[in-house]
Design a protein around this ligand. Structure first.
Ligand code: 4NP
Length: 154
């Protein structure tokens, strides 16, 4: 399976989701491809936000291999599922889809935890440590649900 995590800047939320799912897939020996992207190119080429790196490090996961990149229309073909962190990201990506197959790949990540809730992962960019911890906790649950849903040996 190939999963793409998407937020606005690709430096806070989607790098945490990307790092969590990659870590879990590796621990389970799953041959999954995981990447992340931003609906903007504001931070292209940059490392994840310092607080995102710190938060993940505290939980034993290194995300310093990641670099921000903008979402590309080519990502529709390259990935099986595209998880968006909030409704803006969702509609920004959905509006680039050219057919139903592409549209159906675009999901709200928290719907894996609460089906149909369409709830946002709040943007922690202007926040502090607690905000990143809350995002981590939400995405930890969501990535557990993704593993349960797609792990063939489950
Ligand atoms: P992210 O957070 O979308 O979770 O990576 C943000 C990062 C940067 C900006 C906004 C949100 N920005 O406007 O630069």
């Amino acid at each position: 399976m190939k999963f793409l995590m998407v937020c606005l800047g690709n430096i806070c939320r989607s790098p945490i989701a990307h790092g969590l799912l990659k870590h879990k897939a590796e621990q389970l020996g799953l041959n999954w491809e995981i990447d992340s992207a931003g609906t903007s190119g504001y931070h292209q080429g940059e490392l994840p936000d310092r607080q995102a790196i710190e938060c993940m490090k505290k939980h034993g996961i290194d995300i310093t291999y990641q670099r921000s990149r903008p979402f590309s229309k080519r990502d529709f073909a390259a990935f099986d599922v595209i998880y968006c962190m909030d409704r803006n990201n969702y509609w920004d990506v959905r509006s680039l889809a050219e057919n139903e197959t592409e549209e159906q790949k675009v999901m709200m990540i928290l719907n894996e935890v609460n089906a149909g809730s369409d709830s946002n992962v709040p943007d922690p960019y202007y926040g502090g440590k607690e905000d990143f911890e809350m995002v981590y906790a939400m995405l930890d649950k969501a990535t557990d649900a993704i593993v349960t849903r797609y792990n063939p040996t489950h």
